[in-house]
Every structure is written in structure tokens, then in C-alpha cells.
Design a protein around this ligand. Structure first.
Ligand code: F6R
Length: 595
């Protein structure tokens, strides 16, 4: 996601800012830029793509003050115009977060003759500062006043032409730190950015305003000067990137509510028009092929059920290594959707090329911007998961689910398969979804269950329909990081052979969120229990006869985003107890570029 770095001191600012931005690269971004002061003028250099690309265009400037940014597109595509810093009038800013009322503010500012050059909420915030400053003529008061008008989350690094020796910084619900080292001061959105230079920093609280000059930092809270407590960072650069989490996988699990919210908000503002404008035209298609590998394939299986159930058009979902070699039946009314976190998976890429070569329309759902699959597909939708470091995917998978749910919603609108009350219910449920995800993540019950089963060598997962698709992902998570042989079966299929493997204390995890088949799955779980299995149910309804993890009941469209969380955390806790290398499991790579 986006990164902020600022520097004012005695050394050349540009190389220090670049180094700081590089330390934040792991968060993911699609453009980068720096504003610096030279001869009392603010210069801006920004480029699409990697920091290395920006670096090639940076001059050897003597400037000792500047602010830099890496942008992960939220409002508006990844482009030069939308990249930060943004400059309006006397102000130049970098911004992390989302200004929710920017459309409203934009209208007001446009009436005051401001002309926006980008699609960003950031430029609107910058114009607001310039506008307020015209009257206030005081930078601090202007910034404080702006915070009263801006709604949403933000961390700002600010330069003003009238005070070219200072950086101003303020935040609300988006992280920002101020670091200090004798005659050098820094701002950053995350600790790794400053660790090359210092490990001493101050954490800004909401609406604390920091004013950084070469030899001094002052803090204010709505005009009143305040003292902040200095924090000494004790860890390494790598541990700082984990933001205090013991593993990247856990950190990424915790990021999911925010990422799902960002991904959904990016494409959908609650109106059918936003689905029309931000997602591809799906009207020509009478059938869909989804092609992917591993977890991305599991996300595709969820989508198959969603589209077939909610929209009523046929969907096939295939493993890419099979699809690329099999006889495929498609025509000009078929859309081939490929799903990939890395955008480089060899089999998925080959399947995409096959469909492209046959003249079939293709759509890629990809996390890594500019990757091969993103470039070669006829259309691309980016998941807004940021850089995923743990080999076992979690947040990219849920971001894929989020986009697939939106595609289903758009198809349902095209095919008129949703009644108005169902549409309203779907929209309303989105409001509470991130909080419900967060509550499930914060629940303490997974460790206790993990203790009961981590020494077993076989674990079975059972579910029907959507619950089966999710259980496949749960079983994959567990086998990847714990090395336990965990397999998932459609609950009704077990008795056709596999039930012979159930013996005393074999853990069986049942997923029961689908009211239509809940009783059937419960009977199947009872069958394993009668043979000695240690049964746990992840369920939306309380069940007295079994050990349960209770999860909220949602519309089919959103349910999987909740159901997967206990499965991810169970896998994590079991792997931890078994002492495995959770972030880098044996034999696995983050990007599978071979067949
Ligand atoms: C599982 C996992 C893999 C990937 C698969 C596809 O945790 O990460 O199963 O989902 O290798 O990778 P992408 O999504 O990069 O195409």
C-alpha cells in the first residue's frame, strides 16, 4: 500500500528519501514521486512504476528537504497525473489514506476556480489547504482547519512555498511517525523507512501536528504545543516490517478487513452505476470459464457457486495446468477469467495465452501491478491487497473473493436476478463486514482448538457447496504451513471410501454456513463422530452436540469472507505449535513461474 517518507536536515535529501521509500517497497505500489526544495522553489518528480524508475530521473540536487511517496492506486488509475506528490497553489502534499468526502469538497473548490488535474482525493485535500490558507495566512491554523473539514483517513506530509525550510505532518487513522537524529528529522508512514538513519521516533496521535525543521521538531495539538514521548525501536529492519507481528502471515491475516474494504470501495460505492463504470462490460457473456492455480483456483470455485446461484449462468472453474492442455469449449459469448496473486504463474499465463490466441475475451484478476498476466489479459482488475510476503496466501485470496463477489453483483444486475430488497440487504451487510472480520480475527479460540489437534498427522475438512470450496482453501492452508496431511471432501462423498480413514481422535472440521444443506452436513459429521472422530464445526448456527466456532451469518455473496478466517487462523496456530517455518514453508515459492 502507499508509503510516505520525508527528510529535512544537513545532507542531500533525495538519496535519503529514496532509501526510505525502498524500505517500504514490500507494501506494494504502482508509482513513486518526490517533492524537494531547491533555491526556495518546490520541484516535483514522479514516475509510474518502480522506485528504480523514479531514481533514474532524479537530479543530483543539493536540496536538504523533501517529501516522497509510493502510491498504490485507490482513486484513479496508476498514472503520472495521479501519482503523488500533488501540488496546488502554495501547497505540495503526499497522502496515505482515503478522503471520503472528497467529491463534495471538490465541487466547492471547483466553484472557487480550482481545476483538478488528477482523479485523486489527495489533490482535493491539497486544494483545500491552499484555499483555506488564502484567508488564514497561517500554515498551522490552515492545516488544523482542514482537519475539521476532511472526513476519512489520512497521513499527510506537507510542504508550503511560504515556509520552504519546514515539513508539516498530520494524521487521522492512518499511521505516521516522526523520527529524529541531531540535525536531521524524518517523517514516515512506517518504521522501516527510518531505520537506515535512526531508531528513535515519535508516534503521532490523531490530529497531532508536527513541524519539522533541520535542527528541531515541534508538536502541536490544535494550536497548543505538546510534548511527545520518544520511542526507541529495538528490532531489526525485517522485524519492523512485521509491525510487531511474529510472522508476515499473521500480519497479513490481520490486514484483511481493511484490504477487503479498500478493494470493494475501489470498485463499488454502493450504486449500480459504480459497478457499471469500474468493472468491465459483462453483457455479452452467456458463460464463464475461471482458470487459476492453488488458492486462486479455490477463490474461483467460490465464484462459480456465487454466479451459478445468484445469476444463473453456467460457470466452469478449472485448474490452469489442466486447462492449458485440455480441449476447451468456448465461443464469443464466453469470458475467460484468470486469477493470480503474482500475475506470473506459468500455467495460468499459458491458459490465458491459449484463450487470447483463440480470440476469446479474457479478464485477469491480479494483485501485482504490471505483471505478465496483467499485461497480457484483454482486461485487468487489480486486487488491492498490497505486497503479500508470506508464501501462504491469505489477504490476496480474500481480496480475490471480494472482486469476484462484485463481478457476481454486476452480473446479477445485468440479468435482473436480484429483487430490490435483496440488493439493499447486500449493500447494508457491507457496512458491518470489516468489523465482523476483525472480531473473528481477534477471537482467542483458535489456539485452544489447535492445542487439541496439532499432534495429529491427518485432518479432514468437510463441507457442501460453498462450504466445500472454502474447506479446500482451509485444508490447503494447513498442509502448506504445518505439513499435516489435511484433505477436504464434499461431506456427502466421504462414505464412498474415505470414511475408512477415520479412526479414534481423527480431527474432522465441518463447515456449516449454508442453511440448505446444513442438516445433511451435520449428519455426515455425526457419521464420523460415531467412528471416533474429534469433530469441530465452523458454523453460523449454534450446535449443542459439537464443539463449534460460531461465525456471523451473511448473504451468500459475503459469507466466504468470514468463513475463511477461522480456517486461516487455525492453520496458523497449529503450524506455530508444530514449530514450522510459517512464512517460508519448505518446497514452496511465492511465485510459481515453472510448469
Ligand atoms: C497457497 C498459494 C498458492 C497460490 C498458487 C497460485 O497459499 O499461495 O496455492 O495460490 O500458487 O499463485 P498465484 O495466485 O500467484 O497465481
Amino acid at each position: 500500500m502507499c508509503g510516505i517518507v520525508g527528510y529535512v536536515g544537513t545532507k542531500k535529501a533525495l538519496p535519503i528519501i529514496v532509501k526510505g521509500l525502498e524500505a517500504l517497497e514490500y507494501r506494494g505500489y504502482d508509482s513513486a514521486g518526490i517533492a524537494y526544495v531547491e533555491n526556495n522553489h518546490i520541484q516535483i518528480i514522479k514516475k509510474e512504476g518502480r522506485i528504480a524508475n523514479l531514481q533514474e530521473h532524479l537530479p543530483d540536487s543539493p536540496s536538504t528537504i523533501g517529501i516522497g511517496h509510493t502510491r498504490w492506486a485507490t482513486h484513479g488509475e496508476a498514472s503520472y497525473q495521479n501519482a503523488h506528490p500533488h501540488q496546488v497553489g502554495k501547497f505540495t502534499i503526499v497522502h496515505n489514506g482515503i478522503i471520503e468526502n472528497y467529491q463534495e469538497l471538490k465541487k466547492v473548490l471547483e466553484q472557487e476556480n480550482y481545476v483538478m488535474k488528477s482523479d485523486t482525493d489527495t489533490e482535493v485535500a491539497c486544494a483545500l489547504l491552499d484555499y483555506l490558507y488564502r484567508e488564514e495566512r497561517d500554515i498551522q491554523k490552515t492545516i488544523d482547519k482542514a482537519t475539521k473539514l476532511l472526513k476519512g483517513s489520512y497521513a499527510f506530509g506537507i510542504l508550503c512555498e511560504d515556509d520552504p525550510e519546514s515539513i508539516y505532518a498530520i494524521r487521522c487513522s492512518s499511521p505516521l511517525i516522526v523520527a529524529t537524529k541531531e540535525q536531521e528529522q524524518f517523517i514516515a508512514s512506517d518504521v522501516p523507512a527510518i531505520l537506515n538513519d535512526t531508531n528513535e521516533y515519535f508516534l503521532l496521535d490523531d490530529f497531532d501536528l508536527a513541524v519539522l525543521r533541520k535542527d528541531h521538531v515541534s508538536f502541536y495539538h490544535y494550536g497548543k504545543e505538546i510534548q511527545k514521548e520518544k520511542i526507541i525501536f529495538e528490532g531489526t529492519v525485517e522485524s519492523s516490517q512485521k509491525e510487531g507481528f511474529p510472522h508476515f502471515m499473521l500480519k497479513e491475516i490481520y490486514e484483511q478487513p481493511q484490504i477487503v474494504q479498500n478493494t470493494i470501495r475501489f470498485y463499488f460505492d454502493g450504486t449500480k452505476e459504480s459497478l457499471d463504470n469500474s468493472l468491465p462490460n459483462l453483457e455479452p457473456y452467456q458463460s464463464i470459464h475461471i482458470v487459476a492455480c492453488g488458492s486462486a483456483y479455490h477463490a474461483g470455485l467460490v465464484a462459480r457457486t456465487l454466479i451459478e446461484e445468484i445469476v444463473g449462468i453456467p460457470v466452469t472453474c478449472e485448474i490452469a495446468s489442466e486447462y492449458r492442455y485440455k480441449k476447451v469449449f468456448y465461443d464469443s459469448h464466453t469470458l475467460v477469467i484468470v486469477i493470480s496473486q503474482s500475475g506470473e504463474t506459468a500455467d495460468t499465463l499459458a491458459s490465458l495465452r491459449k484463450a487470447n490466441a483463440d480470440g476469446i475475451d479474457t479478464l485477469a484478476i491480479v494483485n501485482v501491478v504490471g505483471s505478465s498476466i496483467a499485461r497480457e489479459a484483454k482486461q485487468v482488475l487489480y486486487t488491492k491487497a498490497g505486497c503479500e510476503i508470506a508464501v501462504a496466501t491469505t489477504k490476496a485470496y480474500t481480496a480475490q473473493l471480494a472482486i469476484l463477489s462484485l463481478l457476481t453483483l454486476k452480473l446479477a444486475c445485468i440479468h435482473h436476478t436480484l429483487q430490490e430488497d435483496e440488493w439493499l440487504e447486500i449493500k447494508e451487510q457491507l457496512r458491518t463486514l470489516p468489523k465482523e472480520m476483525e472480531n473473528l480475527i481477534l477471537s482467542k479460540q483458535y489456539e485452544e482448538i489447535a492445542k487439541q489437534i496439532y499432534q495429529q498427522e491427518d485432518i479432514f475438512y468437510l463441507g457442501r457447496r460453498l462450504d466445500y470450496s472454502i474447506s479446500l482453501e482451509g485444508a490447503l492452508k494447513l498442509k502448506e504451513i504445518s505439513y499435516i496431511n489435511s484433505v477436504s471432501y464434499p461431506a456427502g462423498e466421504l462414505k464412498h471410501g474415505t470414511i475408512s480413514l477415520i479412526e479414534d481422535k481423527t480431527p474432522v472440521i465441518g463447515i456449516l454456513t449454508d442453511a440448505n444443506v446444513m442438516e445433511k452436513t451435520m449428519s455426515n459429521l455425526e457419521e464420523t463422530s460415531a467412528r471416533g472422530a474429534n469433530v469441530f464445526a465452523i458454523t453460523t448456527e449454534p450446535i449443542n452436540t459439537m464443539k463449534t466456532i460460531l461465525i456471523p451469518k451473511k448473504h451468500l455473496l459475503w459469507q466466504s469472507l468470514l468463513t475463511i478466517i477461522p480456517l486461516q487462523l487455525l492453520a496458523y496456530e497449529i503450524a506455530k505449535l508444530r514449530g514450522s517455518d510459517i512464512d517460508k514453508p519448505r518446497n514452496l515459492a511465492k511465485s510459481v513461474t515453472v510448469e
